[in-house]
Ligand binder design. Structure first.
Ligand code: AR6
Length: 175
């Protein structure tokens, strides 16, 4: 069973097998943690994202899914890009989509035989997901994944960028 830890800080500084990016469907960068990851990884990351096949329109990664690229100049070996749901009141499958992001990222990590992975609080910035619910969904989904799927992943780090998220994740983890 993997361990889950919560830290406060900047995910771009972590030397792990993979960090997860809260990207958008076209995967060509943005603000928040996506912007920080692209800045720290360097322009090769954008090139690698551009090379990800288009699914439809300008969509490279539909909501709830993941795509993996190298980390380039990051200390992390890989970036697992996922697209969280935009919160619209909770009646549009947002909770299940958020759970899918965590599940699919862990699955892709296991398929690459990775041992250490860090997540930011997917959808908890501009996508507006309520922090208390996102915190419960993330931890429940991660625990359920390890209870039901054999995996190479040994440590999952949840990276809170602010005090509120840090407190919330710590509280949920203790439950
Ligand atoms: N390390 C860890 N967490 C961070 C960092 C960092 N360096 N920077 C921000 N956060 P957001 P979303 C936290 O808005 O809600 C982008 O433009 C932040 O405080 O980055 O999924 C994409 O291109 C918040 O708690 O992602 C999409 O268009 C969390 O990361 C859109 O934003 C997520 O906030 C995705 O929105």
């Amino acid at each position: 069973m993997a361990s889950i830890e919560v830290i406060q800080g900047d995910i771009t500084t972590l030397s792990l097998d993979a960090i997860v990016n809260a990207a958008n469907k076209c995967m060509l960068g943005g603000g928040g943690v996506d912007g920080a990851i692209h800045r720290a990884a360097g322009p090769q990351l954008l090139e690698a994202c551009r090379a990800v096949p288009i699914v439809r329109g300008d969509v490279r990664c539909p909501t709830g899914e993941c795509r993996i690229t190298p980390g380039f100049n990051l200390p992390a070996r890989y970036v697992i890009h996922t697209v969280g749901p935009v919160w619209d009141g909770g009646g549009y499958g947002e909770r299940e989509q958020l759970a899918s992001c965590y599940r699919n990222a862990l699955s892709i990590a296991a398929s690459h035989k990775l041992k250490t992975i860090a997540f930011p609080a997917i959808s908890c910035g501009v996508y507006g997901f309520p922090i208390d619910e996102a915190s419960r969904i993330s931890i429940t989904t991660i625990r359920h994944f390890f209870e039901t799927s054999p995996s190479t992943v040994q440590t999952v780090t949840l990276v809170a960028f602010n005090d509120e998220l840090f407190r919330q994740w710590k509280e949920t983890l203790a439950m």
